[in-house]
Design a protein around this ligand. Structure first.
Ligand code: FES
Length: 167
């Protein structure tokens, strides 16, 4: 963990020698095969949780591609990330129906308890907090989604119990 110059805590997950060894194995499996870049990046992200510069360079070198090509693909597809993310993504709906039913209280409770702002990841890399405009579950307002699970009729008294069920 380091401090950036905006005074916010920046979560840094170190890439270990073991991570690099696993990435090298993936590269070896795909080397010389057409269309290998995206599957290699996907698997590298599964291994490391994100795709920092040094991982991108390792992949570029291993597959014999220009680093700019790897960077271009990583930044083009939204499912690739260059910053560490939590094991669980928490999305709080801020759509009208949820807003009326008190979703702001849920969001405030989560921010306070986890000590993060929207878009941030907790220091233990457990949760990444995001907001969405509507989850398509307005009848269940206020709603939150954790990973792919939708939770409806969430009161601020139980929102943290729901989060803590995810380990
Ligand atoms: S406004 Fe929240 S689910 Fe639609």
């Amino acid at each position: 963990m380091t401090q950036c110059n905006c005074n916010k805590v920046k979560v840094v997950k170190e890439i270990t020698a073991e991570d690099f060894a696993k990435i090298d194995e993936v590269i070896e499996r795909y080397r010389g095969k057409p269309g290998s870049l995206i599957p290699v990046l996907r698997q590298a992200q599964e291994i490391c949780g994100y795709l920092p510069d040094q991982v991108q360079r390792r992949i570029a070198q291993g597959l014999g591609l220009p680093p700019s090509q790897v960077y271009g693909v990583v930044t083009f597809y939204s499912f690739f990330t260059m910053v560490p993310r939590g094991r669980h993504t928490v999305r709080v709906c801020l759509g009208t129906a949820c807003y009326v039913k008190g979703t702001r209280k849920n969001l405030g409770k989560i921010q306070q308890e986890l000590g993060v702002e929207v878009g941030d990841t907790t220091e233990d890399l457990k949760y990444t907090l995001e907001t969405v405009r509507c989850l398509g579950a307005c009848g269940l307002a206020p709603a939150i989604v954790i990973d792919s699970d939708t939770h409806g009729l969430v009161g601020s008294g139980k929102v943290m119990d729901i989060l803590k069920a995810y380990d």
